[in-house]
Design a protein around this ligand. Structure first.
Ligand SMILES: [Zn+2]
Length: 269
């Protein structure tokens, strides 16, 4: 087994989800710390907050791979009596680095959207919105695919709850409408309802749906099921398993841990 540093691990990761796949202006990459030091344990998480940083320190990780960039907006100051400042301070004090892969991981083959489509049992997958073509291969946001059997919107909403492991969903559309072609776009898909409709989806599964966007979807006869933003947690297992396999092939001495911290801020009553 070969001991490796952060660069070598991120190089493996970026062969799968290269930075160039990301949407313009998305602050991906290394956020805190440095890659030029040895790493034998990596924690994979959807979000980075102080509790996740505590978990990383406790479980011996020195690198975090996160989906949501912790410094999404540029920091004007780092005040260590605020939650974000304390989080950054802890990372630096414990030589813990944080790397974010956001829209590049949404878009990558086998990334967040493919993982969600797989959980929903969709086949014959196509991209909802193409973002680039690299050496003849298409890349883009969202996936549309076919369910193995038709079901009503009502039944589909229950199916989504079960498959994506959420206690509740919101839905837009006639509950008796038959669903077979399903679009899925992890995170906030408000901008993609027309693209999903053009891709032929009967329903779009996406999070953070706005009131007026829900009305727009209704007006073009597109059903929507909103299971929330936190369903992107599928990336925790997906990234950890893929990176474990890739690093084993290279005989790298590194372990990928899956964060156990629930970062869903909502509860349903
Ligand atoms: Zn997200």
């Amino acid at each position: 087994m070969k001991n490796v540093n952060g660069y070598e691990i991120i190089q493996v990761f970026e062969e799968w989800a290269p930075k160039k796949l990301a949407m313009e202006g998305d602050p991906i990459g290394l956020h805190i710390g440095q890659l030029n030091r040895p790493v034998d344990t990596v924690l994979v998480t959807l979000d980075v907050n102080e509790t996740v940083v505590d978990e990383a320190i406790e479980r011996g990780a020195t690198l975090i791979i996160a989906h949501h960039p912790p410094l999404f907006r540029p920091a004007k100051h780092i005040w260590t009596d605020t939650p974000q400042g304390r989080m950054i301070e802890k990372c630096i004090k414990h030589d813990l680095s944080v790397y974010a892969a956001h829209t590049n991981l949404d878009i990558a083959n086998g990334g967040v959207n493919d993982l969600l489509a797989e959980k929903l049992g969709l086949t014959q997958l196509k991209i909802i919105e193409r973002t680039s073509v690299e050496s003849g291969e298409e890349f883009g946001l969202g996936r549309v695919g076919i369910l193995s059997s038709k079901m009503t919107l009502d039944q589909f909403a229950c199916y989504v709850k079960e498959k994506l492991e959420v206690p509740a969903v919101r839905m837009v559309g006639d509950k008796d409408r038959l669903i077979q072609k399903v679009g899925v776009l992890g995170g906030d898909g408000n901008k993609y309802i027309y693209a999903a409709k053009r891709a032929g989806a009967d329903v779009l599964v996406t999070g953070d749906l706005y009131y007026h966007v829900a009305q727009d979807a209704e007006a073009v006869d597109l059903c929507v099921v909103d299971p929330g933003h936190n369903v992107e947690k599928v990336m925790i297992r997906g990234v950890a398993e893929k990176m474990t396999a890739q690093c084993e092939n290279r005989q790298y001495n590194v372990t990928f841990l899956q964060s156990q911290i629930n970062t869903e801020p909502f509860t349903f009553v």
